[in-house]
Design a protein around this ligand. Structure first.
Ligand code: C5P
Length: 224
């Protein structure tokens, strides 16, 4: 029988990009396949957890036994995440949330009128879902264990350490190497308050299992 290191734990995962509408047919988004987050949701479920997966627009099947909540914008993702974080023991934020959204959404499609005029968009900042939840009383007291991700193009270790502190999370996971978007493999750097440890190049499925084992070790003292 496979070990169930997360039996009885409630895990919330965000995954995929968000989509911020400009008008009914256009918007801005981030590059993200959602594969890492879906793999983590699957691995957490296989480790015995109750899993809620808050997913932005992606083309991936729902892992078996996982409760999936589909969202579009960062605001939607925030609402669903805050709600489910209230009863979660572990929160893993893998979503590539758009940093900004158009300040206004046009109700009707913005027309190209042939004059050569272009629309001028202004933006407002989106909420930082991970930071908000990681600074909540339940997370600060240790009842909710939060894990963040970082995709950096340079100085991964220094940036990951700074991000860990800024977001207020005990564990920050860096994506190693060039663009991992859409790929089925990756390598990860696990950064906590004491050290950094590399999970070498492997499939996202295997990396998700290793990360889940690492989280279980920290949350419930489980060891393989
Ligand atoms: O600041 P940055 O976007 O690099 O932080 C990445 C981490 O924060 C990821 O875990 C991501 O899911 C989370 N995040 C979030 N809400 C945002 C921006 C990032 O939850 N608005």
């Amino acid at each position: 029988l496979a070990p169930k290191p997360l039996a009885g734990q409630r895990v919330l995962v965000t995954a995929g990009p968000t989509f911020e509408a400009i008008d009914p047919v256009r918007g801005i988004t981030n590059l993200s396949s959602g594969k890492m987050g879906f793999s983590i949701a699957r691995a957490a479920r296989e480790a015995g957890a109750n899993v809620v997966l808050v997913a932005g627009p992606v083309h991936l099947p729902t892992p078996r036994g996982v409760l999936r909540v589909d969202v579009t914008s960062a605001e939607d993702m925030r609402r669903a995440s805050v709600e489910h974080a209230e009863s979660a023991d572990i929160f893993v934020a893998t979503a590539a949330v758009a940093d900004w959204r158009p300040a206004e959404q046009a109700v009707h499609k913005i027309k190209k009128d042939g004059s050569g005029e272009v629309p001028h968009l202004s933006f407002v900042e989106n909420p930082d879902i991970l930071s908000e939840i990681a600074h909540s009383p339940r997370a600060r007291s240790g009842e909710l264990f939060c894990v963040g991700f970082a995709a950096e193009s340079q100085d991964l270790l220094a940036n990951a350490q700074a991000k860990r502190a800024r977001k207020g999370v005990p564990l920050l996971v860096g994506n190693i190497g060039p663009a991992t978007f859409g790929r089925d493999d990756n390598a990860l750097l696990l950064v906590d308050d004491e050290s950094a440890r590399e999970l070498p190049h492997a499939s996202k499925r295997v990396l998700a299992q290793q990360l889940v084992a690492e989280i279980a070790r920290r949350v419930s003292g489980w060891s393989a």
